[in-house]
Each structure stands twice: as structure tokens, then as C-alpha cells.
Design a protein around this ligand. Structure first.
Ligand SMILES: [Zn+2]
Length: 410
């Protein structure tokens, strides 16, 4: 499956559609029918983005425009330049009307820029030592958590260019940004194997199949999509007592659009869902299987005992995980995320280097086998063991997460 999905599957593009076709094909080979759930995702197109130093010496830089950061006037914004470091109060004195270079752009930082009345912003991307032939200049966008405070046109620049820009001691600079905002189509692919004894009790499996720009998303998350297909084949051969429903989610990388859409469109059917099992990041040869439990603490203990019992070394966290399990947990459905993290440097995420080479079928199987054995116990349990509750401190974390991230999508 990974080899077949070895291309960029950016949300709302043909790549994402092609990814969906491959998954659908594999579902059909099991004798089941894929069901599609379509939804709209906002998208943007940068028409023009440029940055030029006008004084004291003319220089121009290669930049990428920030999605949803608005448009400059036709001839761009011409303004004084100011470096504002982390955009603290002291950095922003005298920043009004200027184009600022800021080292990073969290929601709070951005809010301070808006309040200070800056005319435009520049953020550095990547590493000073990046080889431009071997790396990509980031394409970034503002989230609703940013935009709720207002829109300022902004661009992203390579770290080396940012340093050179600073060294040139710019006075007047010109920033041009023109973009179109639109909506695109995305979809979830759903199929299920009915439970033989408790068909109305459902365990949901999720994995997103989209990737980010420039990235073939093998580790993130063709790997998880492939593991879900493997689990589906397992349950077709070994009919479960409870219903297992598989959802390959679209547009996760844009802000969990697929899973959010699922819980919204199926609001009346969520009561039947006992647990969400999400797989996001898998396959690195050098890596570590990790379970991130977004459920009662007892489930952590169960997994710990289980991996010791079967001899499958693992790390465990009792926490939320930024992936498709969040919208389910937000509706009160407990979740567990299975992740195989690459060791530092073993694999790359959200870059052109998220390729198939550092991933092996054996590593995928290794993670899949744990998820299958875990599923066997849970899905076929005599009495369903996981309580339908999420600890208070995790609920708070979800709320905090969604307060920030939901804003960007809803
Ligand atoms: Zn992912």
C-alpha cells in the first residue's frame, strides 16, 4: 500500500483523491464496499508573493505568502523595516506601520503584532544550513486562532535569507502579497465489519491518508492508512464480536477536517461508539512504538501489562494527541492512539524527506501486530472493559487544544 501511495496527497488536490482511490481499491479486494463521506475544506491560492529591500540597497528575496493572511495593495506595502525578535512589548515599541521580522508566530505573538499595528510580517523558515536544492521553503498559513485578531499580510523566508536581510540593514522594504481564498472537496472513506454478537457496539479505527505540501507522507501517514487496511483484512478473516468501523480521514493536516466532519455528520450515532483507535505515524525501522491513551487511566495499565505479557516493548503516555482521535474524545468517546515515533533523525515529518526508504514492512507489521492483539482483546471482550469517560485533566487539554485549533476551522 505504501509503495502505491508514494506521492503527495495534499488536502483537496488530485493527490488526495488518488490516495482515496487506492484505499478504496484495497477495501474492495476484501469484498467490502467503501462508503464516501464528502465535505468542504477551505483552501487558498497564492497568486503573487515578493519581498524587496528598496533602501539603502535594492535586494530581493524568494518568499512564500502566508495563506489567509490577506492581500497587500496592488503595488505592495512599502514601509520601514523592524526586527522584533519575539514580539514582546518592548520589541514592538515603534513597530506601528512597519514591516516586521519576527522569529516565530504563535497565536499570542500574532495578536501582539495586530495590536501594535504592524503593516506586514516576515517569518524565517528552516535551518540556516539548509541546502536550497535539497529542502523546500515552507508554505504556511494563518489559522483562525490568528485571524480572529485581524489580518496582516505576511511571508515566509529561508533562515539564511532572513540573516542576509538583517545583515543588509534594510530601511525601506516592499512586500507584495496577492491570494485567492476558496473551498475544495475532500472525503472520508468508511467501511465496517459487523459484530457477530454485539453489532450495535462499535469500535472505530481512524487514520488520515492526506499529507502536507512537498511531502509524500509515508511515515505521516500512509503508514497508518496501511495498518488500518491490514486490520480490516484481519477482521474480515476473523469476524469480531463487536462492530469494527474503519475511517480513513481526509484533510487531517489542514485541521482535523475529516474526523470533525464525521462526528458532526454522525452526531446521532456516536452513542454506540465505545472506543476510537487511531494510528498516526508508523513504519520507521529505528523507532519506538508508543500508545497515547486518551481514556481512563486503567487502559494505560492494561496496555502496560499486555505489552509485558506478550513481549512487545513500548512507551506509554496518558495524554491527548494532535490527530483524528481529538474530535471523538471531544464528544466523550475514549480513544487510544498508536504511534511508532522515529528516533531523532531516523525519519522526517512534514518535509520532502518523508519518504519510503527509512520505513520497512517489518516495522509496519510490528506495530500492526500489537494493535491487532490489543484489538482482539478489546473488540472481543466478554464485557467491554473501557469506561465511557475521559479524565477531567484530559478534557481540559482537549478544550484548550480545540479552543485554539477549532477556531481555525469552524
Ligand atoms: Zn499525521
Amino acid at each position: 500500500t505504501l509503495k502505491k501511495m508514494n506521492f503527495i496527497r495534499l488536502s483537496t488536490t488530485d493527490g488526495e483523491k488518488k490516495g482515496a482511490d487506492i484505499i478504496s481499491e484495497e477495501i474492495k479486494q476484501t469484498g467490502l464496499e467503501p462508503v464516501y463521506e464528502y465535505f468542504k475544506v477551505p483552501c487558498y491560492e497564492i497568486v503573487k508573493a515578493s519581498l524587496e529591500v528598496l533602501e539603502p540597497n535594492r535586494m530581493s528575496f524568494n518568499v512564500k505568502g502566508y495563506g489567509y493572511s490577506g492581500n497587500s495593495a496592488k503595488d505592495g506595502i512599502i514601509a520601514d523595516f523592524k526586527y522584533v525578535e519575539t514580539a514582546d512589548e518592548i520589541d514592538l515599541i515603534d513597530a506601528k506601520g512597519k514591516i516586521v521580522l519576527v522569529s516565530s508566530l504563535g497565536y499570542e505573538t500574532y495578536e501582539r503584532l495586530v495590536k501594535a499595528g504592524v503593516a506586514g510580517f516576515i517569518t524565517p523558515s528552516g535551518d540556516y544550513f539548509d541546502d536550497p536544492k535539497k529542502t523546500d521553503l515552507d508554505e504556511r498559513m494563518l489559522r483562525k486562532g490568528h485571524i480572529q485578531n485581524g489580518q496582516i499580510p505576511g511571508v515566509c523566508i529561508r533562515m539564511k535569507d532572513a540573516v542576509n536581510l538583517m545583515k543588509s540593514e534594510p530601511k525601506k522594504i516592499q512586500l507584495v502579497l496577492e491570494q485567492k481564498e476558496d473551498e475544495g472537496d475532500s472525503k472520508n472513506i468508511i467501511t465496517e465489519v459487523k459484530g457477530t454478537k454485539y453489532p450495535d457496539e462499535v469500535i472505530v479505527y481512524t487514520a488520515h491518508y492526506d499529507s502536507v505540501v512537498f511531502s509524500k507522507g509515508m511515515y505521516d501517514n500512509a503508514a497508518g492508512s496501511a495498518i488500518l487496511l491490514e486490520l480490516l483484512r484481519y477482521f474480515v478473516k476473523n469476524p469480531p464480536l463487536r462492530t469494527v468501523r474503519f475511517i480513513w480521514c481526509g484533510s487531517e493536516e489542514r485541521g482535523l477536517f475529516g474526523s470533525k466532519n464525521y462526528v458532526k455528520e454522525n452526531a446521532d450515532k456516536l452513542d454506540n461508539i465505545k472506543l476510537c483507535i487511531n494510528v498516526d505515524l508508523a513504519g520507521p525501522v529505528i523507532g519506538r512504538d508508543t500508545a497515547i491513551v486518551l481514556a481512563e487511566e486503567k487502559l494505560c495499565h492494561m496496555i502496560e501489562y499486555m505489552y509485558k505479557e506478550i513481549g512487545h516493548p513500548m512507551s506509554l503516555r496518558h495524554d491527548i494527541y494532535s490527530s483524528d482521535s481529538i474530535p471523538f474524545a471531544d464528544k466523550g468517546i475514549p480513544a487510544v492512539n498508536f504511534v511508532r515515533y522515529g528516533a531523532p533523525g531516523a525519519v522526517s515529518c512534514h518535509t520532502r524527506n518523508d519518504v519510503i526508504d527509512p520505513i520497512s514492512a517489518k516495522s509496519l507489521e510490528y506495530t500492526a501486530s500489537f494493535v491487532a492483539q490489543f484489538s482482539d482483546r478489546i473488540v472481543n471482550a466478554y464485557m467491554f472493559p473501557v469506561a465511557r469517560e475521559i479524565p477531567e485533566e484530559l478534557v481540559k487539554k482537549i478544550d484548550k487544544y480545540l479552543l485554539k485549533k477549532q477556531l481555525k476551522t469552524d
